[in-house]
Design a binder for this molecule. Structure first.
Ligand code: MG
Length: 396
């Protein structure tokens, strides 16, 4: 893959959004618009480094909002977008990349796939650049004063977005040539493809993305907030455990002590049901297994009530922002009979999980006298848990 650097243009001063801060520094959810954008590029596997162009007056805001991100030192933009991009390109001249991918800071919902499309088009095809484009779907009118003066044929017309990817050297040359013409309003070029076209570079189009819209108005900012809002996602975990019968006069299952001719062998209280359930919850949040959190070799867990393990898993789920939706257990044994204790078990587990018994399933089955459970050598339990979590849309 050719060396690729992202150039993010964040020096703009749009005033249509309103609010005390420039739009790229306003928040969508927990992060600013700029930070959302930067994370998409700095975390992209094809991008080696990210260069940002900012307004001189935004330095303090910028430093605060990019804490923890690995970025090249920001450079200050110029009076026009064209000049800002040129400043960004000049900052890369000492160790020039093969490809530079330019993007507006105020398109925070750019997807990794779109970034890849733009870079790949330049890396894999014989073109100097590639621009993300979308078809024009509305009918276009030419207006003079307040009257319709005509209809523009939209055939062959596309809307240009960023990212726009270019071979670095020809783009730099094009920008330098454009800058030599001066920065007056009528020569200010609104995107980099326009600069590249003027220089006669060959530019391909790649399919853009409607979600990758530019935040221009307060409505756009609201839309970005809605679209970036975390969505609920259901995670599933399973657990399985076995304990052998041994000496004793009772077994503890799902936190309920049941008189029985034998006990269960185990380091803790051998509550095979709560162990399986603990693993199911840990599985739902991909947090390892019960042995990882409570090593059987550690003497401090000897004889301890397994409720403690389950409470630990419940705490981890909460810490991850998860909500336990329901759990379901299947107890596999010939003895003891589970039915008489089912409601007690549901109530016990409900109390530990902090959810209603209607979300706790307890089922019992035998293995028709087959296998170790059939021979009454021990008890096996299967458990499944579902956990709802809020996940940001950009998360992979
Ligand atoms: Mg166990």
């Amino acid at each position: 893959m050719p060396r690729t650097i992202a150039l993010i243009v964040a020096a703009g001063r749009g005033h249509r959004v309103g609010g005390a801060l420039p739009k790229q520094y306003q928040s969508i959810g927990a992060r600013s618009v700029l930070r959302c954008t930067l994370e998409q590029f700095s975390g992209h596997p094809a991008i080696e480094a990210t260069q940002v162009v900012i307004a001189a007056s935004d330095r303090v805001l910028y430093d605060a909002q990019t804490a923890g991100l690995v970025l090249r030192p920001a450079v200050v933009g110029g009076p026009t977008r064209q000049r800002s991009v040129l400043n960004g390109l000049e900052a890369l001249v000492d160790d020039p990349p093969a490809i530079v991918v330019i993007h507006d800071a105020v398109r925070p919902l750019v997807s990794p796939a779109l970034i890849t499309r733009a870079i790949d088009a330049v890396a894999c095809r014989l073109v100097d650049g590639a621009v993300a484009c979308l078809p024009v779907t509305d009918t276009l009118k030419r207006i003079e004063g307040e009257r319709i003066a005509g209809t523009v044929n939209r055939q062959g017309l596309w809307r240009a977005q960023t990212p726009q990817a270019f071979r670095f050297e020809p783009l730099l040359a094009a920008h330098r040539a454009a800058a030599a013409l001066g920065d007056s309003e009528d020569t200010a070029l609104t995107d980099d493809v326009t600069v590249a076209e003027r220089a006669g570079l060959e530019i391909a189009m790649v399919e853009g993305d409607e979600r990758n819209f530019k935040i221009t108005t307060a409505d756009d900012l609201e839309r970005a907030r809605r679209e970036a809002a975390p969505r609920p996602e259901t995670r599933i975990g399973t657990g399985f455990d076995v304990h052998a019968f041994g000496p004793g006069d009772s077994v503890t299952l799902a936190g309920v002590t049941i008189p029985h001719a034998r006990g269960l062998v185990g380091h803790s209280d051998a509550d095979v049901a709560l162990h399986a359930l603990t693993d199911a919850l840990l599985g739902a949040i991909a947090a390892g297994d019960i042995g990882l959190h409570f090593p059987p070799s550690d003497p401090q867990w000897r004889g301890v009530a397994s409720e403690r393990f389950l409470r630990h898993a419940v705490g981890l789920v909460a810490r991850e922002g998860g909500r336990i939706v329901n759990v379901d257990l299947t107890l596999i044994c010939e003895q003891p009979r589970i039915g008489p204790y089912r409601e007690q078990m549901r109530a016990r587990i409900a109390a530990i999980l902090g959810i209603t018994p209607s979300r706790i399933g307890i089922k019992a089955t035998t293995t028709e006298k087959l296998g170790f459970t059939g021979r009454n050598e021990g008890i096996a339990v299967q458990a499944v848990a579902s956990v709802e979590m809020l996940v940001s849309r950009e998360a992979p």
